[in-house]
Write a protein that binds this ligand. Sequence first.
Ligand SMILES: [Zn+2]
Ligand SMILES: [Zn+2]
Length: 306
Amino acid sequence: MNNNNTLENSFNASYEELNFVEKAWINYFNLFESEAIATAVIAFLMHEIVYFGRCIPFFIADYIPSFAKYKLQPAKVNTAKEQWTCLKSVLTSHFLIELPLIFGFHPVATFFGMEITTVPFPHWQTMCYQIALFFVMEDTFHYWFHRLLHYGPFYRYIHKQHHEYSAPFGLAAEYAHPLEVLILGTGTIGGPLLWVSITRNLHLITVFIWISLRLFQAIDAHSGYDFPWSLRHFLPFWAGAEHHDYHHMAFVNCFSTSFRWWDHLMGTDLKYKAYRQKREEQADELKAAATSGSTTASSSGSKKSN
Ligand SMILES: [Zn+2]
Ligand SMILES: [Zn+2]
């Protein structure tokens, strides 16, 4: 079907009233005969650009000595060969598993009433509450299915691959068995599909922003870095790398993705909390030892007045 009538069909405003992104959006879709192919192409490109683009800063960070102190497991180094193996596996999975799924997305999305080419885009407040809801839905789905994947045969035959890296790095976020990609990917795309099937109120651009933010979250969680500017220092309920890195290191606890509340509620973070407390105590002891050492050295035997 020729899709050149997209412009007339989807306009609620005149072309001049649209912002730059909305104009680009409509012009992009008018390039294609098929809206389904246009959707798949942009979705796949967006996924590749966001995924690998977000990994690059962490890859560079490994070569900056002053960032080494922010490493969560500094003793473990992933060799270039290990990272190359991971990259090849992730790329294979993107082309053989995710690309066919992405092509299947448009028919399902439009069946449930998702807006694809409609402009102008929804109000930013609408996008915000919907994306916040998708984060909560995905986190809940992921928590329970991730716990299931740690059960005997599910772990041995499916989830073990993702746990090959006990000190993960950004690229390893999507390093997983095809079935795991399918199961946990459902948590990412299932929320928006469920929402639009009930409300008939969702635009593809909102889904794209949600998936981009979800990729940011997943790569950050696997980065192996806990920077002072990492989100968890500003949002105490945000899991971040420190939470998921422990899961990879210890193979237990911390099953959720974005938030800490499920692990807290279900008591699946007790070992993690004990480990964290121990590390904090060790850091305090080291600090105290360093302080008393410097005090002794500076006083040089003279008695302190206080
Ligand atoms: Zn796991
Ligand atoms: Zn992981």
